[in-house]
Design a protein around this ligand. Structure first.
Ligand SMILES: CC(C)(COP(=O)(O)OP(=O)(O)OC[C@H]1O[C@@H](n2cnc3c(N)ncnc32)[C@H](O)[C@@H]1OP(=O)(O)O)[C@@H](O)C(=O)NCCC(=O)NCCS
Length: 161
């Protein structure tokens, strides 16, 4: 029921949120254990130190909160005049509640403000909901690769701005 979805508040994360964000990644990816290669899960569930390093430079990390509670996260970086959107995760208790869509839309709006010509995302085709989400936002598949470091296939998707 999209009409009645509560609207999360999206803000730029700051250093002291690193541990909470790392905890959210752990919770969000837990349900994929056994279904996806452990190397992918491990890469997508960084510890607080790694998240703190992102927040110290090179990345913009946005959090979604509902009633002051952290419910989602997404990361943007800006390699060579494009915007890479990755590390999106939503609290499993809130899945299919619209938080992921709001985060992805926020990241695209940020890319537009940055003046880039293209937004990139990577999705593993096994996670159909992720591919569906990005397709519905106008992304199109541009390449498929075997990411040996993750032990999974990866679909690269792009949105020209
Ligand atoms: C992927 C993820 C971020 C989506 O967050 P979410 O808040 O559940 O997503 P939303 O409720 O905003 O759904 C957005 C769209 O995704 C798709 N979707 C969501 N849940 C779905 C499901 N169970 N089945 C099929 N499609 C689904 C739909 O297209 C939906 O569109 P709608 O807004 O018209 O309903 C979340 O499931 C998650 O954290 N997963 C684990 C980590 C992960 O896979 N991250 C992505 C890495 S690229």
């Amino acid at each position: 029921m999209r009409l009645f979805r509560p609207q999360p508040r999206i803000t730029l994360a700051v250093a002291d949120e690193a541990a909470a964000i790392a905890g959210l990644y752990t919770r969000a990816w837990e349900r994929h254990r056994g279904r996806l290669d452990e190397r992918l899960i491990s890469d997508q569930t960084p510890g607080a130190d790694e998240v703190a390093a992102w927040l110290n430079g090179g990345f913009e990390v946005f959090t979604a909160t509902l009633d002051g509670q952290l419910v989602g996260v997404v990361r943007c970086s800006f390699p060579t005049g494009t915007c890479l959107v990755d590390r999106m995760a939503v609290d499993p208790d809130r899945n299919s509640g619209g938080v992921g869509r709001v985060l992805a839309e926020h990241a695209i709006a940020r890319a537009r403000r940055a003046g880039v010509t293209k937004v990139w995302v990577q999705a593993t085709p096994k996670l159909e909901e992720v591919v569906n989400l990005y397709r519905s936002l106008g992304f199109r598949e541009s390449a498929h690769l075997r990411a040996h470091y993750w032990g999974e296939d990866v679909t690269l998707m792009e949105l020209p701005l």
